[in-house]
Structures are given as structure tokens and as C-alpha cells.
Design a protein around this ligand. Structure first.
Ligand SMILES: CN(C)CCSCc1cc(N)cc2c(=O)[nH]c(N)nc12
Ligand SMILES: [Zn+2]
Length: 376
């Protein structure tokens, strides 16, 4: 896409892996890659203010087409001046297309060439999403990076089902591109599907690359397959994509998956993990997961992570946070969410440095040993 508002600048490739250091330029600012993107499904990254997100180095956040279409409605957000104004976030925003939520949330859905008929997960009302509708909603939201409407098949679906699904997703991508109203202000990514089948991933990538999207998402992963299966798909998929465009691995992930995705040439990641596990007091630390609710921390007056410089670790102890979580105090979830988001954003900062220093594999070895991953 010649005049796309989304530009990728490749700065350096890491000497021993497929990892790359880059930056993505958008109408709302530029962010470095590889980057972890906090998820703000309902126009808020749960418990965090925009100022706190900027403070911790969040370069871009996610929001969600399906959820915002249902509540408060994309027309309302448009009337408010778009998502940036509505949620007081003046940096880049990426929205998913709603496809995934229809397949993961909605009851009784019927997939047709035209689009998907399903029932609202909120009140059971009949709904219909098509590629054109998904693009129109994202145009109304005004996100900087939009996603094509796709089907995310389960990883273990039979070959013939996945083949038909990939071919329909490619047709949907083209329809979405034709329906895109703000090509000068919003970039649209194609989403590569194909489950674990190399030839179907190649067919999907070839179809989408021929449409010249400004960036490409790798979908259909982080849907229950093993870590090894995900890595195997990435091993052959990223090389099918152009090197001068960003690659976004959707729905990933845990610290080891982020590092392994970067090694295989991924630039962008998103996952609800940090805020989701924070709500029940589970924290990611440099020494592995710590469930602060556990009794062993009742009189532990150390920070969650003695190697962390986040607001939570600089000011509060495990004992205090455990007390708040046990009493269902909202501030407890705020503190654990702050720490977990900071942990993944900071991990990506350290990974970018390791790419600069050409020692990403040593970094991975040290990180995984300290975290307790029994890596080979
Ligand atoms: C906030 N996030 C949970 C939502 C953004 S990522 C959602 C998401 C996650 C995963 N794993 C696969 C896919 C996929 O194949 N297609 C789409 N459109 N979205 C996906
Ligand atoms: Zn911390």
C-alpha cells in the first residue's frame, strides 16, 4: 500500500536469530519494536490510567471492535470524537476486527460467505458481522491500526475445513480493503491463517501479500496449541511475509512465548494475561510466577520483585498487596496489574537491547533460567 499512514522502519536484524529491531510510525506517534501492547478491550486497560500507561512505556494499546460495537456503540464513540478522544489516549491504538470474539464469545453462530450471524454474549440479541461492517466499526472508532475480519479456526480442525476457511478469510480481507473508508488515516493489517498446515499458511500469506497491506498479523495461534507447535508454525510463517512490514502475533503471550516469537521475527504482541492474572494476585517476576495471595507472603515485607523498578515494587510489599487482594480491595488489583504490565513492557525493552547487542540467545537463556522455565 503506497500511501499507508502506517510505516515500518527496520533498524537492525540480530546476528544469530530472525529477531529485528524496528519502529512503527503511525498518525498518533511512533513506537519501538519488538513491543508488547497492553489490552484495553472496553476502551480501558483495566485499572490503569493513560498517564500510568505512558509512564510504564506502553507505546500502543489495543481495543476491541466487537465489544465496543456492543457497548457503548461505535457511533457513540464517533460522536465523542473517536476512541483517542473518548478514552483520553493520544498515542497509537490498534483494534481487533471482532472476528475472534465472535468465534470465542458469541453463542450459536452461523458462518456464511456474506459474514457471521450470531447472538450477543450480553443479551442473546441476533447480530451480524461482515468484513464491511467490521471495517466500518473500526473506521468509526478511528484506531490507527485496524484488523481485517477473519475466521480463527481451532488449531486441530481438519485440513479441508481450514483450507475453506483460509480461502474465505482471504476473500473477506479483500472485501474489507475495498470497504476501508479512511485509508489516509488508518492502516489495515491482513491476518494470516492456516492453523498448523504449512501449505495453507503459505496460501494465506500469498493471498494477503498480493493485496499489499501495510502490516500482517499472524492469527490462529495461542488457541490451545503447544508452545512447540506455535514455534513450529512461526518458523515457517514469518519468512513468508515481507521484511519491510510489521508482523503482529495475536494473543501472545507469556514471557517465553514473547521471546521465542521475537527470535522468529515477530514485532508486535498482545495478551490479556498480565491484567487477567493480576486480578487474582498472580504476578510475573524475574524469578518466575508469584501468587501473592499465598499464606507464605503474609509477613513478607519485600517487594513483589526485588529486580523491578515499577511503582508497585518501589512502594509496596508482598504482605500489603496480599492483604489487599485477600480483602478484595481494588487497589490490590491496581498494584498487581501495574507490576505485570510493567514486567512485560520492560521485558521487551531488554529484548530490544539484546537485539542491539546481538546476544538475544544468551539473554533468553539467562531469563528463562531465572524465571524457572526448564528450557533445553
Ligand atoms: C485483546 N486481544 C485478546 C484481542 C486481540 S488478539 C485476538 C486474537 C487472538 C488470537 N489468539 C487469534 C486471533 C485471530 O486469529 N484473529 C483475530 N482477529 N484475533 C485473534
Ligand atoms: Zn514491579
Amino acid at each position: 500500500m503506497k500511501d499507508s499512514p502506517i510505516k515500518y522502519r527496520l533498524i537492525k536484524t540480530e546476528k544469530h536469530t530472525g529477531a529485528r529491531l524496528g519502529e512503527i510510525i503511525t498518525p498518533h506517534g511512533t513506537f519501538p519494536t519488538p513491543m508488547f501492547m497492553p489490552v484495553g478491550t472496553l476502551a480501558t486497560v483495566k485499572t490503569q490510567s493513560p498517564e500510568e500507561l505512558k509512564e510504564m512505556g506502553a507505546g500502543i494499546i489495543l481495543s476491541n471492535t466487537y465489544h465496543l460495537w456492543l457497548r457503548p456503540g461505535d457511533e457513540l464513540v464517533k460522536k465523542a470524537g473517536g476512541l483517542h478522544k473518548f478514552m483520553n489516549w493520544d498515542q497509537p491504538i490498534l483494534t481487533d476486527s471482532g472476528g475472534f470474539q465472535v468465534f470465542s464469545l458469541a453463542d450459536t453462530r452461523k458462518i456464511e460467505e456474506e459474514g457471521v450471524h450470531f447472538k450477543s454474549h450480553l443479551n442473546g440479541a441476533p447480530l451480524f458481522l461482515s468484513p464491511e461492517k467490521a471495517i466500518q466499526i473500526q473506521n468509526n472508532l478511528g484506531s490507527d491500526i485496524m484488523m481485517s475480519f477473519d475466521e480463527c479456526p481451532q488449531f486441530y480442525q481438519p485440513y479441508d475445513y481450514v483450507k475453506a476457511s483460509v480461502e474465505r478469510t482471504s476473500r473477506w480481507a479483500e472485501r474489507g480493503l475495498n470497504a476501508h473508508a479512511n485509508k489516509d488515516r488508518q492502516g489495515l493489517f491482513g491476518i494470516v491463517q492456516g492453523a498448523g498446515f504449512e501449505d495453507l499458511r503459505r496460501q494465506s500469506a500469498r493471498d494477503l501479500v498480493s493485496m499489499d497491506f501495510p502490516g500482517y498479523s499472524i492469527g490462529g495461534l495461542a488457541v490451545g496449541e503447544s508452545h512447540e507447535e506455535m514455534n513450529a508454525v512461526l518458523d515457517f510463517t514469518t519468512s513468508m511475509l515481507p521484511t519491510n512490514k510489521p508482523r503482529y502475533l495475536m494473543g501472545v503471550g507469556a514471557p517465553d512465548s514473547l521471546i521465542d516469537g521475537v527470535i522468529r521475527g515477530i514485532d508486535m504482541f498482545d495478551c490479556v494475561l498480565p491484567t487477567r492474572i493480576a486480578r487474582n494476585g498472580t504476578c510475573m517476576t524475574s524469578r518466575g510466577r508469584l501468587v501473592v495471595k499465598n499464606a507464605q507472603y503474609a509477613e513478607d515485607f519485600r517487594p513483589l520483585d526485588e529486580n523491578c523498578d515499577c511503582y508497585t515494587c518501589k512502594n509496596y510489599t508482598r504482605a500489603y498487596i496480599r492483604h489487599l487482594i485477600k480483602c478484595d480491595e481494588t487497589f490490590g488489583m491496581r498494584l498487581t496489574s501495574t507490576h505485570n504490565l510493567h514486567f512485560l513492557i520492560n521485558l521487551m525493552k531488554n529484548v530490544r537491547q539484546a537485539i542491539m547487542d546481538d546476544n538475544l540467545l544468551e539473554f533468553r537463556q539467562d531469563f528463562c533460567e531465572a524465571y524457572g522455565y526448564n528450557k533445553e
